[in-house]
Write a protein of this length. Structure first.
Length: 153
């Protein structure tokens, strides 16, 4: 592919992350919409608790973007995309076990429905803050590694 104007390596990596963020957002919105729709079909009295859905959306969105940032690091270290997918799965499983079994769970940047439903807004904001820290650190590390690599792989 020939580019008319050269772009910097970090812009390429950032655009890759932004596209994955857009896809993640679309998937979460579709997931919530299908949950509401299935609630209407099955006759749930109030299938749309707006406060709960907004809180769960923000927790899920922030934690998934943090997971994507961590996976960006794995993509830069390993040539196989399968390793990155496995690392994301492993981190999700480990964090769920840590949340259920230890004090470290309050720093858990990954989401799952049990925490999302029980968290209040203060906990949700704290979790989003930790997710933002993971995103920033993940993007900085992956950009640093990507700048040092040969682009021809």
């Amino acid at each position: 592919m020939i580019l008319t104007q050269p772009i910097k390596k970090y812009q390429l990596l950032l655009s890759k992350y932004i596209v994955s963020c857009e896809f993640i957002t679309l998937m979460i919105v579709v997931n919530i919409a299908t949950m509401v729709f299935s609630g209407f079909i099955t006759g749930v009295k109030d299938p749309l608790d707006a406060d709960l859905f907004f809180r769960c959306f923000w927790i899920l969105w922030a934690s998934t973007l943090a997971t994507a940032a961590v996976q960006m690091i794995a993509v830069e270290f390993f040539s196989s995309k399968w390793i990155s997918i496995f690392i994301g799965l492993l981190l999700g499983l480990m964090s769920q076990g840590t949340y259920l079994n230890g004090w470290f769970g309050k720093f858990n940047p990954y989401s799952f429905s049990d925490f999302s439903y029980r968290a209040d807004w203060k906990q949700a904001l704290f979790m989003m803050l930790i997710s933002c820290i993971f995103i920033i650190i993940g993007l900085i590390i992956s950009t640093f590694v990507f700048k040092r690599q040969n682009i021809n792989r």
